[in-house]
Design a binder for this molecule. Structure first.
Ligand code: G3I
Length: 333
């Protein structure tokens, strides 16, 4: 078994999203992280509600532990995330009557949060998801651009995005600053992301890259991925795949299973070899590919009676057949 980080070392960093419990060399997860991965992302503990649940009271211990683990084991840290409508404390959005805050107060609090967090992890976190999931998701007609039900949008308008990037750059001039979103490969959403990032760049807002979350499917279209990467390439930004996972089902209608079978294995071999073939083709702009977990034992996609098995490593953290197909693909290039 060639460790993933060696397999891809000529192309991009290989990362995993982790919990603090996993970032410990005394566990199988910690050992697997050290062996296979060159980058980690906190699955939850660097989000706004984890770091500053109560206004003015920061809780650093879990995030610090992840950062220390990364340092001890020569890994990079992607910071996730600074500005999001979800997993953020209510005080960032509402006053004690439940009314939305004023634009001024909202921006001041956002600046304080970003400045404090980014400054603390200056030099330790090399890339930040500065704004997460700001574009409206379902609108094939392409009329509604931004997620208008986000409190950030309602309090400030779309320029909260601009402000967040400015605050982050001021706090750490060296960190790479990303806009991160899902469903980005579909035409209706990639065009919105393109237009928004173009607007930022035209206004000299400091953005370095676009994160494609990569919650893809076994039947995800190669053309959609390539078209998106071509479009984003024209923006002259770096690309990172930030939350890659490929559940085994063809659709949400397919009955769930709790045992991995040959059909699942076949689907994943087709999907993962296609995806890594494409990503390698674009390795001049792709700098990091991060899985949203380590092995099939722990994933946000699992439901009772319906396991997702979305990774290259199984529930015991051993390489699955799909792992060796990906290995072959890279070696044959
Ligand atoms: O921390 C609480 C705990 O105190 C409580 O007892 C427990 C009971 O439900 O919940 C715990 O919080 C859970 C949290 O994960 C930590 O485990 C939340 O309920 C649960 O909703 C939360 O889910 C996370 C989800 O983001 C929230 O939106 C997933 O773990 C995490 O994988 C997922 O990650 C997101 C990315 O940040 C952004 N892109 C999509 C991706 C998948 O949804």
């Amino acid at each position: 078994v060639i460790p993933l980080k060696e397999l891809f070392e000529d192309y991009f960093e290989i990362g995993a999203a982790v919990t603090p419990q996993q970032a410990d060399l005394g566990t199988a997860h910690g050992q697997t992280l050290r062996k296979h991965f060159s980058s980690i992302t906190a699955e939850n503990v660097m989000k706004p509600d984890a770091l500053q649940r109560v206004k003015g009271q920061y809780t650093w211990s879990s995030a610090d532990q992840l950062v220390q683990f990364a340092k001890d084991n020569n890994m990079l840290v992607r910071g996730h995330c600074l500005t999001w409508h979800s997993q953020s404390p209510d005080w960032m959005f509402y006053d004690e009557n439940g009314d939305l805050l004023s634009r001024e107060l909202a921006l001041a609090q956002l600046e304080e949060h970003i400045t404090t967090v980014v400054t603390r992890y200056k030099d330790d976190v090399y890339a930040w998801d500065v704004v997460n999931e700001a574009m409206f998701d379902w609108d094939p007609a392409g009329v509604i651009e931004y997620r208008e039900d986000s409190p950030w949008y309602q309090m400030i308008g779309e320029t909260y995005i601009d402000s967040a990037f400015v605050y982050a750059r001021r706090a750490d001039p060296n960190a790479k600053l990303f806009y991160n979103d899902y469903n980005s490969i579909f035409s209706w959403k990639r065009n919105k992301i393109y237009n928004m990032v173009k607007r930022l760049k035209d206004n000299n807002i400091p953005i370095d890259g676009i994160g494609l979350q990569g919650h893809w499917m076994v039947n995800t279209s190669e053309a959609d991925i390539r078209t998106t990467l071509d479009l984003f390439r024209s923006l002259d930004v770096e690309i990172q795949i930030t939350e890659l996972d490929i559940p085994v089902y063809l659709s949400s209608d397919e009955p769930g299973a709790t045992v991995y079978n040959d059909t699942f294995s076949f689907r994943q071999k087709m999907a993962y070899t296609m995806i890594f073939d494409v990503l390698l083709d674009y390795s001049d702009i792709i700098t990091n590919v991060t899985f949203w977990g380590i092995g099939d034992d722990h994933t946000w996609l699992d439901q009772p009676g319906r396991k997702a098995f979305p990774f290259l490593l199984d529930e015991e953290l051993n390489p699955k057949p799909v792992y060796f197909e990906v290995q072959k693909l890279v070696q044959n290039r």
